[in-house]
Design a protein around this ligand. Sequence first.
Ligand code: 13P
Length: 252
Amino acid sequence: MRKLMMAANWKMNMSLADLEGYIDTLKKNRNVQSGDRLLETVLAMPYPFLFRARELIRGTRIRLGAQNAHWQERGAFTGEVSIGMLKELGVTEVILGHSERRQQFGEYDEVVAKKVQTCIHHDMRALLCVGETLEERKSGQTFSVVQRQLDAVFSGLADLTKLVIAYEPVWAIGTGVSASSAQAQEVHRFIRDKAKQKFGDAADSLLILYGGSMNLSNVRELVAQPDIDGGLIGGASLDASLFSQMLDAVLS
Ligand code: 13P
């Protein structure tokens, strides 16, 4: 049986002053203390919070995540942060290829693939985001877009052990309009089938998360789908008690 993962993507939100209260609230959830080992909880936060967060989560099962990184180890890359630096801070998961980075910062498939490779080289888990825009969905390109995004990464990968995939339809991100559970399941199934073609039965253990307007009212139905193994949550993860209730909901 696959584990579940619930990953909060705070994006460029929250402040250092909010950190302690947020983590205190989350710590009250038995699932992040000692509870159900089937659920992994990740907080992917802005870089400046990581150092403090590492202290605050000590003794819990919360995992520390980042939202991006450079693929090079070091060098003249002003403003960038390397994956090795994040590892030193205790980060274990890095979101890579988020659509906001693809669209607003020009990250194309080959760049995303290099980042995933570096991440895995450091024995950290890559949370690879894939997903189509509204125009692409409307013109029937959903599967070809997702396939292209997967192929770019799969071609340089030896196995799936350090990869988590998040299907995030761009039209559902931050819009309040989630994909229906059937729409999401269809693409998740496609992703698992593609992974199976390349990596065989290991694809049965691959975690595939859904992201895009996931909230307390839809999380349960989405995660009940056979190929949806959790969520990557933006807006609804900014409220610790709401996020905590979502953790409970997926296990109920
Ligand atoms: P929302 O949950 O705010 O739609 O964001 C989803 C997302 O982009 C997570 O990476």
